[in-house]
Design a protein around this ligand. Structure first.
Ligand code: SAM
Length: 312
């Protein structure tokens, strides 16, 4: 595989162990990236097993297509379309496991032309799928101070959202912001120098990236639709890297796993009960990376693996 930067898959062994892989099972890797999870899953499948891999990023898809194996089906698109893909490939209620390893790959962060990193100067693109949608630079150019400020506040939890948004709009009126370095300068000049360990651009870059890629609504749709496509005892595993993602996943799992306590003497059939009580997930648990993993891969420091099982 030719990748630009080596992507070290986070919580790899823990994920594979908790997928409880069946040799002839059907799996979806919704975030192929550089193939860390897919390759491990492939190693555990027999010739009847299948894996459907999805990624928004055409560069990740290029890597996936280099794997010549009859058991893999490569799909360029968003994991928010899993229901549509499952219908297309006739795998509704046949899926044994889904993995969503969220966020960006090291390949994306280190790519000089994508604008994801505030440490490199490049065009402010930030699209995971650079074949469609508008770039971060275009969005900043067309948006009002209020819109920008809301994104920075809601998706980056940025305290100085208003000040930064004001400075962005002011600069854009003089000459459009096109490069990461320009945006970093504006953010630096609009925020007090407090936290020496954290680049002041961290939160704003995160917020703009989440917004441009529709990240939170993609997760919500994929989680909801996973319930329609997993087979009984099939598992959904997610690896999140910040609290906004994790909150959505945690609430989804809790909300779909609560049991209604009905009095025992109410005579109901299982079908009737399932209708009133469609809570069908069993929460298996959550796992954090070990100190050792974090030491070897700093990207793992904020990761949380959550595991749930469809249990009808
Ligand atoms: C953290 S990386 C995955 C790394 C992968 N598990 C590995 O071990 O190589 C996240 C990947 O998910 C992709 N991605 C993020 N959101 C997506 C979405 N909504 N649909 C499809 N792919 C998405 C990104 O393009 C990126 O390649």
């Amino acid at each position: 595989m030719k990748n630009k930067a080596k992507h070290i898959t986070v919580l790899l062994n823990e994920t594979i162990e908790n997928l409880k892989i069946k040799k002839n099972g059907i799996y979806i890797d919704g975030t192929f990236g550089c193939g860390g999870h897919t390759n491990k899953i492939l190693n555990k499948l027999n010739e009847y097993g299948r894996i459907f891999v999805i990624d928004k990023d055409p560069k990740a898809i290029e890597i996936a297509k280099q794997i010549k194996d009859h058991r893999i089906k490569v799909i360029h698109g968003s994991f928010s379309m899993i229901l549509k893909y499952a219908i297309k490939f006739n795998i509704i209620k046949k899926i044994d496991g889904i993995i969503l390893d969220l966020g960006m790959s090291s390949m994306q962060i280190s790519d000089k032309n994508r604008g994801f990193s505030f440490l490199r100067n490049s065009y402010l693109d930030m699209r995971m799928d650079d074949t469609q949608g508008i770039t971060a630079a275009e969005w900043l150019q067309k948006s009002s101070e209020k819109e920008i400020s809301q994104v920075l506040k809601n998706l980056g939890e940025e305290r100085y959202a208003k000040k930064i948004a004001k400075a962005i709009v002011k600069k854009n009126k003089i000459s459009p912001i096109k490069y990461t370095k320009e945006l970093v300068e504006i953010i630096k000049n609009s925020t007090p120098k407090k936290d020496k360990n954290k680049n002041p651009a961290t939160r704003s870059f995160q917020a703009i990236r989440i917004f441009i890629n529709n990240e939170l609504s993609d997760i919500k749709i994929a989680l909801k639709d996973s319930l329609k496509i997993l087979k009984n005892k099939g598992r959904i595993l997610t690896i999140s890297f910040h609290s906004l993602e994790d909150r959505i996943i945690k609430h989804f799992m809790i909300n779909n796993s609560k049991q209604i306590n009905l009095p025992k003497d109410i005579p109901l059939t299982k079908t009737q009960l399932d209708k009133i009580n469609p809570k069908i997930l069993k929460i298996i648990g959550r796992i954090f990376p070990s100190k050792n993993e974090i030491k070897n891969n700093i990207r793992a420091r904020s990761a949380i693996l959550r595991i749930a099982e469809l249990n009808k």
